[in-house]
Design a binder for this molecule. Structure first.
Ligand code: EZ4
Ligand code: CO
Length: 410
C-alpha cells in the first residue's frame, strides 16, 4: 500500500498570493492541490499545516472518498470556506496522485471526455462604452467566444469588475480586485445608479457586436431579490447568457422572487462551500448555473456530486475561474468540466507570466475552447525555486460603502 508520507503547504506570491498543498507518497509520487482563499490565505495554510497534515500521514494515498469523509465528518465542525478549501486541496492532490499512478489524466478517471473542449468566457470591462468595445474586441482577437461585460457607473469611482487602469502593473491580469496592503480599500456603491446605467451598456454592446455573441454579467451580490428581478427583466432584450450573483444567496428562498419576475438565466455559488448551500436553489430550479470553484467546494469529489445532483434539474456548470484560483485549481475545473455531461461554460483568464513560472501547466486555450491536456494527473507542476522567490504579502478584497457610509455587500 502506498501511503501519504509528506504533506507540505507552499505559499507564494508571484503578483498575488497562492496557497498550494503538496502531498508525497511513500512511492515518491507527488500531488498538488489549490488551497487559495483570497484575502484569508494564511487561515487555510494553518488549517492544513497544523490540523490536517499531522492526521494525513500514514493514510492510504489511494483512498480519496474515505479521506474526504474522514476530513469532513472527522472535524466535527463542518463546512465553511476555510475547512472546505482545505479539504479541496487534499482531494485535488489525491486525484493528481491517482492519475499519475494510473498514467492517465484525471478527466479519464472521471469517465472520460464528453466534448472536444470547454467553452470559456473572458472578462471585458471599461469605464465608458468605447473602452468596453475595445476590451471586447481584444478578447475576440485572443480567441474568446463569450465575454463577461462589467462597466463603471456614472457618479461612482472604482467599482467591482472594471480593470483599474495601470493598477495591475506589468502583469497580464484583466482585473484584480484584491489590493496589496494591510487593510481593504473602500469603494462606493449605489444600486439605483447601477440599475439605471447597466441596460444602456448592454444595448450599446448588442448594437455593436450583434445578437450571437454570448454576453455575461456579474451583479456581485448587490441587489435585493426585487431589484434583481427588475434588472433581469430590463436586461431580457439583450439575451444575456447569465446574470451572476444577482442577490446574496445565503437565503436561498430569495431566488423564488427573482424567478417570479424574470426569465433571465441565473448563476450563483462562487462563495458556496457545499451541496447544502445549493439544496433549495437546485431542487426548486432557482438557478441555471453552478458557479462553484473546485478549490472552494471541497474538491473534485464534492463538486462532481453537486453537478450530478444539479443534472437532475437541468442545471449546468459555470465554474469559478478568476486568477485567484491557482493554475492547480483551474486545471481541476477543466478535468471535471470535460468529463461531466452538464457542463455549461468555464470562466478563464490567463495567469501572469510570473505565476506560470511557478506553476507549469499543460492546459490549453484554442479557438475559444479550453482543454486540460493529457499529462497524467492534473497536469500542473510546482517550481520550488520560482515559488520561494515570491514571499507572501497581505492583500485584501475591497469593501463597499453606500454614499451615506453604510457598509454594503461588495
Ligand atoms: O470577486 O474571485 O465572478 N467572479 C467574481 C470574482 C470574485 C473574486 C473574489 O476573490 O465574482 O471576481
Ligand atoms: Co462572481
Amino acid at each position: 500500500m502506498s501511503t501519504i508520507e509528506d504533506v507540505e503547504v507552499l505559499i507564494t506570491n508571484p503578483g498575488r498570493n497562492f496557497v498550494t498543498l503538496r502531498i508525497t507518497t511513500s512511492d515518491g509520487v507527488t500531488g498538488l492541490g489549490d488551497a487559495t482563499l483570497n484575502g484569508r490565505e494564511l487561515a487555510v495554510a494553518s488549517y492544513l499545516r497544523d490540523h490536517v497534515a499531522p492526521i494525513l500521514t500514514g493514510r492510504d494515498s489511494s483512498s480519496i472518498e474515505d479521506t474526504w469523509q474522514y476530513l469532513y465528518r472527522g472535524a466535527y465542525w463542518r463546512r465553511g470556506p476555510v475547512t472546505m478549501a482545505s479539504i479541496a486541496a487534499v482531494d485535488m492532490a489525491l486525484w493528481d496522485i491517482k492519475g499519475k499512478v494510473a498514467g492517465l489524466p484525471v478527466y479519464q478517471l472521471l469517465g472520460g471526455a464528453v466534448r472536444r473542449g470547454l467553452l470559456a468566457y473572458g472578462h471585458a470591462s471599461g469605464a465608458e462604452t468605447p473602452q468596453i468595445f475595445d476590451s471586447i474586441r481584444a478578447h475576440l482577437e485572443e480567441g474568446y467566444r463569450a465575454v463577461r461585460v462589467q462597466t463603471a457607473v456614472p457618479g461612482l469611482g472604482q467599482v467591482y469588475g472594471v480593470a483599474a487602469a495601470g493598477a495591475s502593473g506589468s502583469g497580464r491580469y484583466d482585473y484584480e480586485p484584491a489590493r496589496p496592503g494591510a487593510r481593504p480599500t473602500e469603494e462606493q456603491w449605489d444600486t439605483r445608479a447601477y440599475m439605471r446605467h447597466l441596460p444602456s451598456v448592454f444595448e450599446a454592446v448588442r448594437g455593436e457586436f450583434g445578437p450571437d455573441l454570448p454576453l455575461l454579467h456579474d451583479g456581485h451580490h448587490r441587489m435585493t431579490p426585487n431589484q434583481a428581478g427588475r434588472l433581469g427583466r430590463d436586461l431580457e432584450p439583450y439575451d444575456l447568457f447569465w446574470l451572476e450573483d444577482c442577490t446574496p444567496a445565503e437565503n436561498q428562498q430569495g431566488l423564488r422572487r427573482v424567478r417570479e419576475l424574470t426569465t433571465q438565466p441565473l448563476a450563483i455559488g462562487e462563495i458556496f462551500n457545499t451541496v447544502w448551500d445549493y439544496q433549495t436553489l437546485i431542487t426548486e430550479q432557482l438557478i441555471d448555473y453552478v458557479r462553484s470553484a473546485v478549490t472552494h467546494t471541497g474538491g473534485i469529489t464534492h463538486l462532481k456530486k453537486i453537478m450530478d445532483f444539479a443534472s437532475l434539474y437541468q442545471i449546468k456548470s459555470g465554474f469559478h475561474g478568476p486568477t485567484d484560483i491557482s493554475p492547480v485549481g483551474q486545471a481541476a475545473a477543466l478535468h471535471l468540466g470535460l468529463a461531466i455531461h452538464n457542463f455549461g461554460i468555464q470562466e478563464y483568464m490567463r495567469h501572469t507570466d510570473d505565476t506560470l513560472e511557478v506553476f507549469h501547466t499543460s492546459y490549453s486555450f484554442e479557438d475559444g475552447l479550453l482543454h486540460p491536456g493529457d499529462t497524467p494527473g492534473l497536469g500542473v507542476e510546482y517550481d520550488d525555486a520560482a515559488g520561494t522567490s515570491h514571499e507572501y504579502s497581505p492583500a485584501y478584497l475591497p469593501v463597499n460603502r453606500l454614499v451615506d457610509g453604510t457598509m454594503h455587500d461588495w
